[in-house]
Design a protein around this ligand. Structure first.
Ligand code: USQ
Length: 389
């Protein structure tokens, strides 16, 4: 199977590329190095040092004997996408090449526009190119659990059955995202449903929770890390807390810390993505699955990181409840369904305690780098703000 990974240089992209190549898939990656550039702009860097993509590809080939191909370009450039698809004709696409930070999208008008245009532009370019040259290929597109928001009812996997004024239908579940970034994913979802409806494209829309971790089987086996962000714009909850524990600053629980999200390890995330490729939807099907393992509140996560950190580092770790820079409910019902991946055969392989210990160890090996960029840790990006450019 020839698989195009759009966004191969990213946190999930690099880990997934090694996994698929290891399992004998023919992988070709695409990237414009957008994330590297934007992370540097906020004065930060990947905590785990990563070399250039060319060097990583070369090292992977030397150590594994397997070659991953690469095509440099921007998915938001329609000519590039059309040429790439026409030339390579992949059997499947994993589309990870989007602006992935909620805080980045909330900095100001420039970043909001960039997020909406970049993300929707890349996806519409891809589906048009697919329709033209690979109409039978499978698109596995990364959406987010944040598309649903936190409604006061159970969250289904994409669609729900509804009775209204005596009539019945199966409809897309209403979306209520919490940032321009999360809304960009909702808009993508709408566009994908339409591409499926008019052209019959085979699509899996993956509603993924927050991913954490530093290791996968291949990262450990070949010793080639994936990027790991911890700053206020590009870092995500658990990875940030482990970094904060390592350098001795209080863990940043936003608001009351009762907000609850679905979480998934990097290892299980790429396992699920591979499963989605190996068990594609039927011809003409658009399917949605919710991809996360367990849900936790921020207070549960910070308590666990503090407990493990105190044990490993032998010193007290504080949790600090700071004013929530975001506009989000911090006390809410949360019960999303997540059965479809299990029905496809997914079995969670990780244990959160072990994962936290591994992240703490890897982060602590690089604590000098974390200290170098420590000014980027406290939140400065605030959701409620007047117009800025
Ligand atoms: N949070 C804290 N303290 C921090 C950082 C975050 O309390 O230092 C809280 C936030 O208020 C939020 C929760 O943790 O309630 C999650 O925030 P996050 O920054 O870990 O994740 P989020 O902004 O939601 O976005 C991340 C990825 C995004 C992905 C999404 C999945 O950046 O690409 O789509 O997780 S989900 O959250 O399920 O929508």
């Amino acid at each position: 199977m020839k698989v195009a990974i759009l966004g191969i240089d990213g946190y999930i992209g690099w880990a997934l590329a090694m996994r698929l190549a290891e399992h004998g898939k023919n992988v070709i990656g695409v990237d414009s190095f957008y994330t590297r550039k934007r992370v540097k702009e906020v004065g930060s860097d990947s905590l785990l040092p990563i070399t250039t993509l060319d060097e990583r590809l070369k090292t992977f080939e030397e150590r594994s004997g397997k070659k991953i191909e690469f095509a440099g370009g921007d998915v938001n450039d329609p000519d590039f996408m059309l040429e790439f698809v026409k030339k390579e004709r992949p059997d499947a696409y994993v589309h990870l090449a989007e602006q992935r930070s909620a805080p980045y999208s909330m900095i100001g008008l420039t970043q909001a526009r960039e997020t909406l245009i970049q993300n929707m532009g890349g996806t519409i370019n891809l589906v048009y190119a697919m329709k033209e040259y690979t109409p039978d290929a499978h698109l596995l597109k990364l959406g987010t659990m944040g598309e649903y928001g936190t409604p006061n009812i159970d969250i289904p996997e994409g669609f729900f059955e509804i009775d209204y004024k005596g009539r019945h239908d199966r409809l897309p579940f209403p979306k209520s995202a919490g940032s321009w970034y999360h809304w960009s994913k909702v808009h993508d979802t709408n566009n994908l449903m339409f591409a499926n409806k008019v052209w019959g494209l085979k699509i899996t829309d993956v509603m993924q929770g927050v991913v954490y971790g530093t290791r996968t089987k291949e990262i450990t086996k070949y010793g080639i890390p994936t990027r790991f962000d911890f700053d206020e714009v590009w870092g995500t909850a658990l990875n940030r807390f482990c970094t904060q524990a390592s350098i001795g600053i209080p863990l940043t629980a936003y608001g009351k810390g009762e907000q609850r999200r679905g979480y998934l390890s990097l290892e299980d995330s790429i396992t699920c993505l591979e499963l989605g490729l190996d068990k594609p939807p039927k011809t003409g099907e658009y399917r949605v699955y919710n991809q996360f393992d367990e849900h936790y509140s921020i207070n549960e996560l910070t308590a666990l990181v503090a407990e493990r950190g105190e044990k490993i580092f032998g010193r007290h770790i504080d949790v600090s409840h700071i004013d929530n820079p975001r506009v989000e409910q911090d006390q809410h019902y949360y019960n999303p369904e997540h059965m479809k991946l299990k029905e496809l055969g997914y079995k969670p392989s990780r244990n959160l305690y072990e994962d936290i210990d591994e992240i703490l160890a890897d982060v602590n090996d690089n604590r000098e780098r974390a200290l170098k960029y420590r000014d980027c840790i406290m939140p400065k990006t605030v959701w409620r703000k007047s117009i800025s450019k």
